[in-house]
Ligand binder design. Structure first.
Ligand code: PEP
Ligand code: MN
Length: 338
């Protein structure tokens, strides 16, 4: 249920509606709007009676939300959400470019790549300190030391950091160092981790599970938002199909589909989406053309020696070309990246 307040509703009236919701054992979520405030209600297991809220002073109407996801839906909030990560906007008119290595390997490697992507125009720096690897014998990441290296990269370049947490323990550590927490494809339906992310003060970068439907993806975001963390931005990173010319099949059609149903920003990751260096730049361009709020790409100065995802990592020079292409395309789709 969504309670839409009158445009002139007072703070006291808004508070009274919230108290009424709490008295019923439910949870109110205030959604400020340009003209009116709305209050989403979660926690009910059956339909609520709109009349119960419409009699309260300052209430314009109470609307049933038809979608299974509530707080992330456009029904509840029509305007696009803009998430601030370390002072950089994700969503809105400006496109966001996130770049960095798959994994933090050494301080030298990380700083070299961070300097290169910062100089080329990246907005955020990425790099995994905790790596969810298919094989237990593969490089698992540097853990805490990796987070410290990321913090040094931020100090030197000024770029905010986004890095993955793979469980509740690493999430607590990531919170101490990063500007946003990534929840990866393999954890998109780790519901206890999503709930914990919902209690974080940091924005959450939620990647689509490799076999998740659109509804499952939005429900995963709803888990985070329902716990009170409204700062969520999404990422399409490819799904499993029969096609074997790429590592995954990048589902660009999900971008306009998400935009239609949800107010959350959505980025595209053509690195994991294709798994092939030569396909990253073309698919990044396609992502911008289809309306994504930005891209995330893996960059490595020496990909043949990378400890993970070398074959899909682009060189710093290719990243420079990519930023140039994105800037050229932005104006065509009503966006900017200056
Ligand atoms: C990553 O971004 O490094 C990563 C592991 O991505 P995904 O969860 O999409 O596989
Ligand atoms: Mn990777």
């Amino acid at each position: 249920m969504l309670i839409v307040m009158e445009s002139g509703a007072t703070d006291g009236q808004i508070r009274a509606v919230m108290e009424r919701i709490q008295t019923l054992g439910l949870r109110p979520h205030v959604i400020p709007g340009a003209e009116r405030t709305a209050i989403g209600i979660t926690g009910n297991h059956g339909p609520l009676d709109p009349a119960e809220f419409e009699i309260l002073p300052g209430v314009q109407e109470a609307i049933r939300v038809t979608k299974p996801y509530k707080l992330v839906s456009r029904e509840v909030k029509a305007a696009d959400s803009v998430i601030q990560v370390g002072g950089r906007p994700i969503g809105g008119r400006r496109l966001a470019i996130i770049a960095g290595p798959c994994a933090v390997e050494t301080e030298t490697q990380t700083l070299e790549i961070a300097r290169a992507v910062a100089a080329a125009g990246a907005d955020l720096f990425r790099g995994g300190a905790f790596k969810p690897r298919t094989s237990p014998y593969s490089f698992q990441g540097l853990g805490l030391e990796g987070l410290r290296i990321l913090a040094r990269a931020r100090e030197e370049t000024g770029l905010p950091i986004v890095t993955e947490a793979v469980d509740e323990e690493s999430l607590g550590m990531v919170e101490d160092y990063a500007d946003a927490v990534q929840i990866g494809a393999r954890n998109m339906q780790n519901f206890s981790l999503l709930k914990r992310a919902g209690k974080s003060r940091l924005p959450i970068f939620l990647k689509r599970g490799m076999s998740a439907t659109l509804e499952e993806f939005l429900m995963a975001a709803e888990y985070i938002v329902s716990e009170g963390n409204y700062q969520v931005f999404l990422c399409e990173r490819g799904v499993r199909t029969f096609a074997d010319h790429t590592r995954n099949t990048l589902d660009l059609a999900i971008v306009p589909a998400v935009k239609h149903l949800s107010h959350l920003p959505i980025l595209v990751d053509p690195s994991h989406g294709t798994g092939r260096r030569d396909k990253v730049v073309p698919l990044a361009r396609a992502a911008v053309a289809v309306g994504a709020d930005g891209v995330m790409v893996e960059v490595h100065h020496d990909p043949s020696r990378a400890l993970s995802d070398g074959p899909q990592s682009i060189l710093p020079s290719q990243f420079g070309d990519l930023v140039r292409d994105i800037r050229a395309l932005a104006g065509l789709v009503g966006r900017s990246h200056d």
